[in-house]
Design a protein around this ligand. Structure first.
Ligand SMILES: *[C@@H]1O[C@H](CO)[C@@H](O)[C@H](O)[C@H]1NC(C)=O
Length: 191
């Protein structure tokens, strides 16, 4: 019996595989099963490591271009000068960001509006029609003024975020170009 065990160990070092172990069929198939399972686990772990090494990036920045203008109530702002659109979530013809994957996002909007003490402008950030952010200019400014709003929000893949003018008086104008008015955001963490 002792000789048999020594022979087994010797053969294992010599050939290094399960078949070389002089085990009975039962023990051999159990061992083979364990080895196969470990191989599968390692393959899954390799995939996970690759994912961690290359996290999904979603980031966009687009600004209003053309001439400054007076929008109308209900108008969606269309930021057609796209500076960055990694992940292709931003849609420049509609001014809408559509979350390509589910997760927590940071959304940052800035607007610059013309001076005059009798004018107002209200712009909301909306997610699928629900208000999630708000920028307003209220009668006070004596010069063109820039305001901004930044929010952190969970978006499910397919959710839509846009900016919409919800109130205006006195013919307020929105400034374009030079990063006066822009829409931006990025994925903080994928679900
Ligand atoms: C938001 O709207 C998009 C497009 O209509 C839709 O696919 C998505 O399911 C909506 N999300 C919620 C939470 O209603």
């Amino acid at each position: 019996m002792k000789n048999m065990l020594l022979l087994t160990i010797f053969l294992f070092f010599l050939f290094g595989n399960v078949n070389s172990l002089l085990l009975d069929n039962n023990a051999q198939s159990t061992l083979q099963h364990d080895v196969d399972e470990l191989k599968q686990t390692v393959a899954v772990l390799k995939q996970e490591v690759e994912k961690l090494k290359h996290p999904t990036v979603v980031a966009f920045l687009a600004e209003l271009d053309g001439s400054y203008f007076t929008p109308t109530v209900g108008q969606h702002l269309i930021y057609s000068n796209v500076h960055l659109n990694t992940g292709n979530g931003y849609h420049k013809f509609h001014g809408t960001f559509i979350a390509p994957i589910s997760g927590i996002y940071y959304i940052n909007v800035a607007a610059t509006v013309s001076e005059a003490t009798s004018k107002t402008m209200k712009i909301k950030i909306k997610k699928n029609g629900t208000e999630v952010g708000y920028i307003f200019f209220d009668l006070l400014q004596a010069q063109w003024l820039k305001n901004r709003d930044a929010i952190i929000i969970h978006l499910t893949a397919g959710d839509e975020v846009w900016t919409e003018v919800v109130g205006i008086s006195g013919g307020s104008q929105i400034a374009t170009n030079f990063m006066h008015t822009y829409f931006s955001g990025f994925l903080i963490n994928q679900d």
